[in-house]
Design a protein around this ligand. Sequence first.
Ligand SMILES: Nc1ncnc2c1ncn2[C@@H]1O[C@H](COP(=O)(O)OP(=O)(O)OP(=O)(O)O)[C@@H](O)[C@H]1O
Length: 603
Amino acid sequence: MSDNFMHEDLVKTKITYPGLFRRLWPYARKEKGLLFAAIFAVAGGAIVARLVPFLIGYAIDHGVKQKDYQIFTNVAIAYLILEIMRSIFSFANAYLFQLFGNRMLFHLREALMSHVQHLPMQFFNKTPTGRIVTRLTNDVASLGELFSEGVISVFTNAVIICSVVIALAVISWKLTLVSLILAPIFIGASFYLSNKIREILSEQKKKLSLINAFLAENLNGIKVVQLYNRLNRNREKFGGLSVDYRDTNMRSIRAYALMQPIMNLFNATTITSALYFGGMLSAENAIGIGALIAFLMNIQDFIPPLREILEKYQQFQNSLTSAERIFTLMDEQVEQEFQDLSKPEGLHGEIKIHNLNFRYEDNLPLVLKNINLHIKAGESVALVGRTGSGKSTFISLLQRFYDAPEKTVFVDGMALEQIPRGEIRHHVGVVQQDNFIFRGTIADNIGLGDPAVSAEQIEKACAKTGYMELLKRTGRNLQSPVAERGSNLSVGERQLIAFARILAFNPDILILDEATANIDSESEHIIQEATKEITRGRTSIIIAHRLSTIEQCDRIIVLDHGEVLEMGSHSELMKAQGLYYQFASLGLKSTLMDASAAGTADP
Ligand SMILES: Nc1ncnc2c1ncn2[C@@H]1O[C@H](COP(=O)(O)OP(=O)(O)OP(=O)(O)O)[C@@H](O)[C@H]1O
């Protein structure tokens, strides 16, 4: 993979704060009740908190001056009640918001996962798996922090600031104005710095995602890395990525460190002005002692919530980047379907290809050129051709992993694009070279947990492929465990499991990409027999590498540079002495294999 490709982490969806809330609203709406309850708790908490300084001011103005200790007793009881209420609101606020955030993210993650599952193959070709995993895990978790840390805090603190300013203005709007006169400058500077931090954080995330993708790819392909001695080169590359990430980290630490002094200065100027001008007003009897104390108490509550908002603002920024990445993924076009689709109950399996030309992208050359074919229902066809001749592309089109141009591929007379993707994949069974095997039992791997496939069907399928016999001989049964990726099974066994799947699910059309790996002659014989079994009476298209398989097929199609070069039975093509003849006479499997390994074009 090229470096350019590694660095490609395009965020196409730019999000502003209102935009973020607009996009999150569909998921938030599902938990509307919780959201409103949390907002109510915040407002209640803020009102109760503002009552405390007034209460103290009242105690001083009335209790101290009039030496009425009953007032102190009443104020003490009222204070206790207010604090208890504040605690209850505070608990309700935190709990309800967290609950709301968690539930909303659950809806978002579900929607994202379902979206990713419907993305076209082109997307997966372009995007490293590690990056998609990061979107679904780290980025959603980071958006979760936006709620557990950011939204709760910013919203709660914004309400507190509003309530403080109202309380201050009620006491003395003049004193409020002079005390907060420098506020716009400090707030402006802090937000400017926060935006800088945002840029750095976004860079930091991109770099981390590159490291993740690099690691995921290299660990998945560790066998190849070791085999081709790429250890040192990869370690160097990893080192480079890591240093880059560390340097960006340092820049963000420096920007964060500047934030604290700015806030401290702001705090100092506000309280100094309040003390200085408050003292003056008090000397002129323009403000009572109790009111001045209430003012000073209130103004001390102004800076901490602001500081918290600014801190969380960065959290917000961080999550905004995550949100941009999440919604970029969400905005990827899913596989398009036509409106009026036909849902065939069952297919005979007749395939007609009419003037098919296909290229993967507009700027890429044609991969399949002017293909015209008629495969009769129940016919078995071997696809033969050198590497890169277009065999896999042809079968990908039949499964609708990529879309062939309209009205070029027909199944049972229906244009392929008129059959829903899910439906066609249900009717077309595929046996790949490397079939996906997961941890569980052999039976699980055949029935794939589908309740429609009974234990009896699984056993029958296994017996027909000859796998049952092999299992018995080796002292195993259908319940024997299978390790992750089938690492405790031989290549031949994995192939047989895939064959048994076909028999158990009984699709109308079969696509078989014959394994190229060497298997012992006994397994080859079993697989040969099993191939006969699964292709019987079923339209089958086989990317064949072994002469024994090809000879078994009704027809052979030789693809070369995306074109059908030859077509006919084995004997016909041998007689014609064309490309197939060359393949066959040179030992078909080894010829195709050598061409694959070398990536050569000409024999
Ligand atoms: N996803 C893709 N995007 C762009 N080009 C592709 C893609 N997949 C395959 N190609 C190109 O299409 C051509 C045909 O490839 P294809 O995989 O169909 O050949 P093949 O005959 O199946 O080869 P092999 O026997 O090695 O599997 C090749 O030139 C290949 O580089």
